[in-house]
Structures are given as structure tokens and as C-alpha cells.
Design a protein around this ligand. Sequence first.
Ligand SMILES: *[C@@H]1O[C@H](CO)[C@@H](O)[C@H](O)[C@H]1NC(C)=O
Ligand SMILES: *[C@@H]1O[C@H](CO)[C@@H](O)[C@H](O)[C@H]1NC(C)=O
Ligand SMILES: *[C@@H]1O[C@H](CO)[C@@H](O)[C@H](O)[C@H]1NC(C)=O
Ligand SMILES: *[C@@H]1O[C@H](CO)[C@@H](O)[C@H](O)[C@H]1NC(C)=O
Length: 187
Amino acid sequence: MYGIVVSLALLVGSALGHGMVSSPTPRALGPAAQEACGTAVYNVLKSGTSIENAVKKIDSAYDATACHLFFCRGTQFEDNLSNTRVYKTGTVVPFTVDMEAHHTGYANVSVVDLAAQVPIARLFTWPVYANDSLGPANWPKNETSFSVTIPDLGTKCEEAGACAIQWWWYGTKVDQTYESCVDFTTK
Ligand SMILES: *[C@@H]1O[C@H](CO)[C@@H](O)[C@H](O)[C@H]1NC(C)=O
Ligand SMILES: *[C@@H]1O[C@H](CO)[C@@H](O)[C@H](O)[C@H]1NC(C)=O
Ligand SMILES: *[C@@H]1O[C@H](CO)[C@@H](O)[C@H](O)[C@H]1NC(C)=O
Ligand SMILES: *[C@@H]1O[C@H](CO)[C@@H](O)[C@H](O)[C@H]1NC(C)=O
């Protein structure tokens, strides 16, 4: 009986982690995110499930001015300072996405301005993403393995903490959002 319960718990646990960028290593969750989001929300984020599930756990420990769940998934730049890389204009950056369950929706990849919290350049668009009616043989390869080319961003992304590449996926039927952010500078 105990064994069955443990296996079920493991199954449920793995089904929760639906999608994230696995390479380049995205910004990690750490103590700053826990402080900003509150432990209850932080624990849901840590589990890998959707942002909507984290929203359900918002309590008085959640600081709305610091934890932006729908922007880089509430992760904080300060938690992963040594994880900023240099991508000069024209750099081709290969990405891999770890997708555990398919949920039909749409997705895109953008350069985002971290202070203003807005996309400033679209790098990849999937009008349909993770179609759950398709079998593995028909999954488009570029949903989990693709490359983006860094455009000319002028001087906007020269300082660490100014810009990130955000992968964004929304599963329309399940109402689930997944995001990963990769911090970079252009010089
Ligand atoms: C931040 O990123 C670096 C480099 O990928 C990694 O080694 C480190 O463990 C990360 N920090 C945290 C808090 O996860
Ligand atoms: C692209 O991503 C943004 C999040 O940065 C989202 O708000 C927007 O709806 C997406 N658009 C499309 C067409 O996928
Ligand atoms: C998903 O795939 C099925 C089977 O090919 C197709 O009929 C359906 O239109 C696709 N969904 C979307 C949103 O494109
Ligand atoms: C992704 O792959 C699909 C086919 O699997 C193709 O139709 C689509 O154009 C590709 N998207 C981009 C942005 O290259």
C-alpha cells in the first residue's frame, strides 16, 4: 500500500512539471524569489507546475511589487547573478525545451526589458504549440529544439540585469502558462 502511494505521488509530481527551457540554463529560483513571492507560492513554482497554480497560493507573504509571476515566472535576477551570458548581435543561440506534457496552445520567445517588463523583440513564434492531438512522431521538432538569432538591440541590453530572453507558452484549454528566462548582455 505504502509503495503504491509513493509511486502515485511520484507520478503526480512528474506530471506537474509541464515545461521549461533546459538549455541555456534559465534563471533559477532562490532565496530572493522566496522572499518576494512568499513560501507558499515559491514552493509551487519550485514544483515546476503552471504559473496559474502558483497564483492560487498567493497569501499575505506575497509581495506584488517584487514577485511578478507572469514575468519570468517570478524568478529574481539576484538569485542567479552568475548566470548572465554575452550574446552579441547576430549570435545564434540554440535552445532546448523540456516538455513533459503537451497542452495545445501558443508560444513565443522574446527579448524582454527586465525593468519595464515588456517584450522588445520577438525571436520565435509558434501560432500553435504543443498540440495534444498529435502523437510523438508528429511533434514538430522546433517546439523543443530551436535556435534564435540575437537582433540589433542598440544599447538597451548592455548591462547585466537589463534584458533576458523569455520563452513563453500558454496552453489554452488547460489555462496554464509556462515561462523561462535566460539573462544576457550584448557586450
Ligand atoms: C545560477 O546559475 C549558475 C550557472 O548556471 C548555477 O551554477 C547556480 O547554481 C545558479 N544559482 C542558483 C541559486 O540556482
Ligand atoms: C507572446 O508572448 C507574450 C508574453 O510575452 C504573450 O502575452 C502574447 O500573447 C504572446 N503572443 C502570441 C501570439 O503568442
Ligand atoms: C492539432 O492536431 C490535430 C490533428 O492533426 C488537428 O486536427 C488540429 O487542428 C490541431 N490543432 C490546432 C490548434 O491546430
Ligand atoms: C517550426 O516547424 C514547423 C514544422 O514542423 C514549421 O511549419 C514552422 O515554420 C517552424 N517554425 C519556425 C519559426 O521556423
